[in-house]
Write a new protein. Structure first.
Length: 116
């Protein structure tokens, strides 16, 4: 069974950058479209970015377009989210999942905190 573990979060100043990783185990995710999601304090979980199973097509929510880049390394069964020009409103717990999301694949997430 596919399992996903997020890492790379932390505390960063506004305007800074972070790179999140999503490591898959149990089975390859090469046949899955994958996505990043986030949940800010007091809000519901929202879509951030997705990447097709072949890696050639990506989508972003409007608020991160041009600042975030999603990629994947199929050989290493890992997906990444490069986050640049971070804003206070990017503060959230970030999760990876298949896309569309599968309820049983939610992991612990990784906390991203952007400070002024």
């Amino acid at each position: 069974q596919l399992q996903l573990v997020e890492s790379g979060g932390g505390l960063v100043q506004a305007g800074g950058s972070l790179r999140l990783s999503c490591a898959a185990s149990g089975r390859t995710f090469s046949n899955y479209a994958m996505g990043w999601f986030r949940q800010a304090p007091g809000k519901g979980r929202e879509f951030v970015a997705s990447i097709s199973w072949a890696g050639g097509t990506t989508y972003y929510t409007d608020s991160v377009e041009g600042r975030f880049t999603v990629s994947k390394n199929t050989d290493k069964n890992t997906m990444f989210l490069q986050m640049n020009s971070l804003k206070l409103e990017d503060t959230a717990v970030y999760y990876c999942n298949a896309f569309p999301a599968v309820e049983t694949l939610w992991g612990q997430g990784t906390q991203v905190t952007v400070s002024a």
